[in-house]
Design a protein around this ligand. Sequence first.
Ligand code: SF4
Ligand code: SF4
Length: 193
Amino acid sequence: MGLRKIINKVLMLEILKGMALTFKALFRRPVTRQYPKYKREPFGGFRGLHALTRRPDGDATCVGCGLCAAICPSKCIKVRTTTGPDHKKIVKQYEVEVLRCLYCGLCVEACPYKAVVLTDIYEYSGFTREEFLMTKDKLLANWDRFAESRKKSYFARFWRPLLSDFKGSAEQAALKDLSKAQRHKDIYIEAGR
Ligand code: SF4
Ligand code: SF4
């Protein structure tokens, strides 16, 4: 054992260093968030509780095409339609089984009418499965709860990274390891889809 190690052992330097660290932490600003008194602002693109957007007349924007239900990997969306007196399709039932949802967001991406969204609402709980069965009325109410300021920018940003988030395509994770020529080819293919 070297002299340095012997001095360390005799003077218990490691223990003193540890105690000093603990003492310093006593005066540091606490990092614990006092939830629910202080709530965290979700990041842009956070995928929370589902909602159905409203048309200006207040009804659901959904036209009942069923694309969201078809693409949903966990098959937790149910859409039923009926025909109105003027032969117009009416959405009779729109349900999401929230407990089965993966929050993948494919339904949002598939919807051609921007009718279904994943809001930034993260506070929802319940004791029964029924409470997590989101009916059309509940989904419309969720849209009303969704912050007005977020509604405006939701479809502009959503969770997909925008080109403006990167200085150039070279910074995008998916394209990082590709050569410059390959990157341009991929972007070209992407744009031509
Ligand atoms: S987020 Fe994904 S799993 Fe959830 S309802 Fe939409 S498509 Fe289905
Ligand atoms: S939410 Fe969109 S994709 Fe789903 S049925 Fe309605 S219009 Fe179609």
